[in-house]
Design a protein around this ligand. Structure first.
Ligand code: ZN
Length: 215
């Protein structure tokens, strides 16, 4: 599976185009905006768009999902259905976050813990990781030891929990009980900023590292 990151919106959200080498079928993960830049990756690599995957429904991740879905008749998969209230509020989130207004939608498929999503012949596992938002999901590719974690975990930090239905303790549990057990060697793409590994964060992250939980 190939991954090409395209930072989008004023928040430099790490939208990604992921694709299957065998079929050239692609998914756009978290199309928050700047669709023309995202679509140039699709064109440059001669890809066939197959679907949209969403980690959660904050506007910088999902703001352009409906536009992209309509333009190419693509299904939207994710997030988990507890994020429905954030999807409903997409038009208002623009004012809340200082971004252009976005349209709401209904996902073609809500995702749950243990589900699998496919892109061509590639398969990714779905992990439900609430805390930043209640319906946040993470996509994990076991063979490549690679995860797309949205705003759950960052290099040296974790997602904000001061939004409606955010929950700091729940977020820490999601990271320590659902992500870290996947293995120290797993590389992850966060929603913002540089990549890291679960091992590096388990050792040194000041919010979820082992040192905090030693006693
Ligand atoms: Zn977010």
């Amino acid at each position: 599976m190939q991954v090409h990151v395209v930072p989008v919106t004023a928040f430099q959200q790490n939208c990604s185009v992921i694709w299957c080498d065998a079929t050239r079928q692609a998914a756009v993960v978290d199309p928050g905006g700047d669709l023309e830049r995202v679509l140039s990756v699709v064109e440059d690599n001669d890809l066939e768009l197959q679907k949209i995957l969403l980690t959660h429904a904050h506007i910088d991740h999902a703001g352009a999902a409906r536009d992209l879905a309509e333009r190419f008749q693509l299904p939207i998969e994710g997030p988990q259905r507890e994020d429905a209230f954030w999807i409903d509020q997409l038009p208002a989130q623009g004012a809340m976050f200082g971004l252009p207004a976005a349209r709401s939608f209904t996902p073609d498929r809500w995702l749950e813990q243990g589900d699998e999503v496919t892109v061509g012949q590639e398969r990714l596992q779905v992990l439900h990781c609430p805390g930043h938002t209640p319906g946040h999901v993470v996509f994990f590719h076991p063979e490549q030891r690679f995860a797309i974690v949205g705003d759950v975990l960052f290099r040296g930090s974790i997602g904000r929990t001061d939004f409606p239905r955010g929950d700091h303790d729940q977020l820490v549990r999601s990271i320590r009980e659902r992500l870290f057990p996947l293995g120290d060697d797993v590389r992850f793409l966060p929603g913002h900023g540089p990549m890291s590994t679960f091992g590096e964060e388990r050792r040194s992250n000041p919010f979820v590292g082992d040192r905090l939980f030693a006693n």
